[in-house]
Ligand binder design. Structure first.
Ligand SMILES: Nc1nc2c(c(=O)[nH]1)N[C@H]1C(S)=C(S)[C@@H](COP(=O)(O)O)O[C@H]1N2
Ligand SMILES: [Mo]
Length: 327
């Protein structure tokens, strides 16, 4: 092997994905049963597939025209703004978590095979009017607006980005949930042709799923984003539609949604299934509750590398604290 095998902790911090450490341990255990060269290399702390990935920076935020591209940029909603500098767009576009494609931050190099048209979002479960939306139909029917939100990953990095999209409540009203619906469950695609990690780490609990209580889903902050920085989402940010819940850790913000179900019981989610003691269902940003593997007291702004104190509910207490009592 000519590839220098760097340990995770030897790589520069920018490229490391702490969330992946657990996966490596798990891969190793599983590998004993289903040994494969690819799986073996993945556990060595270097993503060899990164070497073959695209290096061309121009691809970063290049987005093909769609039938609804002309709706961007949408009108800014000044109610949702923050006292932080907007993160540099190119920094945000090359620093992503999207395990379907890569366990490294350079997701953008690995998304070429994905196709975001045609795309459907199926909305069903405990509702009066289930419906399958074509993505462009959904975008045209919903009230698009731009909101500036903080975003905070449990790995303790943070950014501030303008999302374009619509409140989740607008979609919920369209389908009329039954009173028995207590939670919503959202699901990402499962496509081994697009997403290398779904093929290689086939034992992980794909597809990625996340959930919210009905009250959280109806909260005014809960947003379905179809755009970022005044244009449609690039694939690495979760095109064509992803969840944004800015008072919760990043892993709740599920990308590239294909299905939304209204259900009675708390849904099982990707990370909660894999590591229940590290990723709880609620996952509200809270500096006082350290994650088992790293402190949450401060966070690093991804484009300036500044360290700043973490704020409870990521600064959104006025909108969400009442949902949690004293928690
Ligand atoms: N389907 C899917 N959604 C996902 C993830 C993922 O791996 N798969 N990663 C989550 C995590 S851990 C974070 S921090 C955010 C990152 O969003 P961004 O890359 O747009 O900044 O996406 C979330 N949504
Ligand atoms: Mo994350």
């Amino acid at each position: 092997m000519l590839i220098k095998r760097k340990k995770t902790w030897e790589r520069p911090e920018r490229e490391v994905t702490p969330e992946e450490i657990y996966l490596k341990r798990r891969d190793f255990v599983k590998m004993m049963g289903v040994a494969g060269v690819g799986a073996g290399l993945l556990t060595n702390g270097i993503d060899i597939f990164d070497l073959f990935g695209k290096k061309d920076d121009e691809k970063l935020i290049k987005i093909p025209e769609t039938p609804t591209s002309h709706l961007y940029p949408a009108k800014k909603n000044a109610k949702y703004t923050v006292d932080r500098k907007i993160t540099d767009e190119l920094v945000a576009a090359r620093y992503n978590n999207f395990y379907e494609f890569s366990s490294f931050k350079s997701v953008w190099k690995h998304v070429d095979e994905m196709e975001v048209r045609p795309w459907q979002v199926e909305v069903g479960g405990l509702v009066e009017r289930p419906r399958v939306y074509d993505i462009d139909e959904l975008v045209r029917e919903m009230p698009l607006e731009e909101r500036l939100y903080r975003f905070r990953c449990v790995e303790a990095w943070a950014m501030t980005v303008p999302w374009t999209g619509f409140p989740m409540s607008a979609l919920i009203k369209k389908v009329s949930p039954l009173s028995s619906a207590k939670y919503i469950r959202m699901r990402t695609f499962h496509n081994k042709k697009w997403a290398l990690q779904q093929k290689l780490r086939f034992w992980l609990p794909w597809p990625y799923e996340e959930g919210l209580t009905m009250e959280e889903a109806m909260n005014e902050l809960t947003f379905l984003a179809t755009g970022i920085y005044g244009h449609e989402l690039p694939k690495q940010h979760g095109a064509p539609v992803r969840l944004v819940v800015p008072w919760k850790y990043g892993f709740k913000n599920i990308k590239s949604i294909v299905r939304i179900d209204f259900v009675e019981d708390e849904p099982k989610t990707f990370w909660n299934t894999l590591v229940p003691d590290e990723y709880d269902f609620t996952a509200n940003v809270n500096p006082e509750v350290p994650h088992p593997r790293w402190s949450q007291a401060t966070e690093r702004i991804i484009d300036t590398d500044e360290r700043v104190p973490t704020i409870k509910y990521n600064g959104y207490g006025e909108f969400v604290a009442r949902m949690y009592g004293k928690r």
